[in-house]
Design a binder for this molecule. Structure first.
Ligand SMILES: Nc1ncnc2c1ncn2[C@@H]1O[C@H](COP(=O)(O)OP(=O)(O)O)[C@@H](O)[C@H]1O
Ligand SMILES: [Mg+2]
Length: 224
């Protein structure tokens, strides 16, 4: 599902050269749940951004969901993005729209046929335990619920791969555990997941394969 071969990423800020990733190679198979961890600045966000082609690598090869990401032409990028669901630290919901509309909006943009939208939105809301809150506005939802809507929005795409970048970063510990439990349930129903967190505690609680980045290098791959 995901394969990186000797991937490097250098950011250039004028004369300054930042090696965000160096010689990173690994593979995540279909149906796997892998955690990407390591301290702040280790390169986790950069790595995820390379997978959905928000950044291009300075070297190496990347394959995601059957796409050769490094060779992808600009016009093909939306096809890659369609195959990937993404959840960030902040839910980034449209404030004036209900939970339902936030999810439906993304599906319309993808060109999902109208009659499929309502069932897919409700199926996704059910998967995160929020069927009853479909008509709530983001401001009427707790942070944890907002993050569950963001997760439902990603799931409604029925993605081949679910990426999450610090999805519990704005939540307290109890709510973080609930959200992680949802990721676990989603994985059990067959979605491939790559979840980045700087928290070693959360990473170890998930008891899944853990890839550890340090200063842009993959230093550990354990529990697979
Ligand atoms: N857009 C960017 N431009 C320049 N440097 C960046 C950019 N994004 C990240 N970096 C640098 O790359 C390194 C890795 O950052 P990042 O991928 O955000 O790590 P993490 O998500 O593990 O905290 C850091 O040194 C960071 O400052
Ligand atoms: Mg990050």
């Amino acid at each position: 599902m995901v394969q990186l071969q000797r991937v490097g990423k250098v950011y250039r800020l004028g004369p300054v050269r930042i090696q965000a990733l160096a010689d990173v190679s690994f593979r995540v198979g279909k149906g796997e749940f892998a955690i990407l961890t390591g301290p702040s600045g280790a390169g986790k966000t950069t790595l995820l951004r390379l997978l959905y082609r928000e950044e291009v690598p300075s070297e190496g090869e990347i394959q995601v969901a059957g796409f050769d990401v490094t060779a992808l032409r600009r016009a093909e990028v939306p096809m890659l993005r369609r195959a990937i669901g993404i959840v960030f630290q902040d839910a980034k919901l449209l404030p004036g729209r209900t939970a339902y509309e936030n999810i439906a909006f993304g599906l319309r943009v993808l060109g999902v046929p109208r009659r499929e939208i309502t069932p897919r939105v409700f199926q996704a809301l059910k998967a995160v335990g929020l069927s009853a809150r479909a008509q709530a506005l983001p401001a009427q939802l707790s942070l944890g619920e907002q993050q569950r809507v963001a997760l439902a929005r990603a799931l409604a795409k029925e993605p081949a791969l679910l990426l999450a970048d610090e999805p519990t970063g704005s939540l307290d510990e109890a709510v973080s555990l609930e959200v992680l439990d949802l990721f676990h349930q989603i994985w059990q129903r067959g979605t491939t997941i790559l979840l980045a967190t700087h928290s070693r505690t959360l990473a170890s609680q998930l008891k899944r394969r853990t890839l550890v980045l340090e200063s842009g290098r993959l230093v550990k791959d354990e529990g697979g």
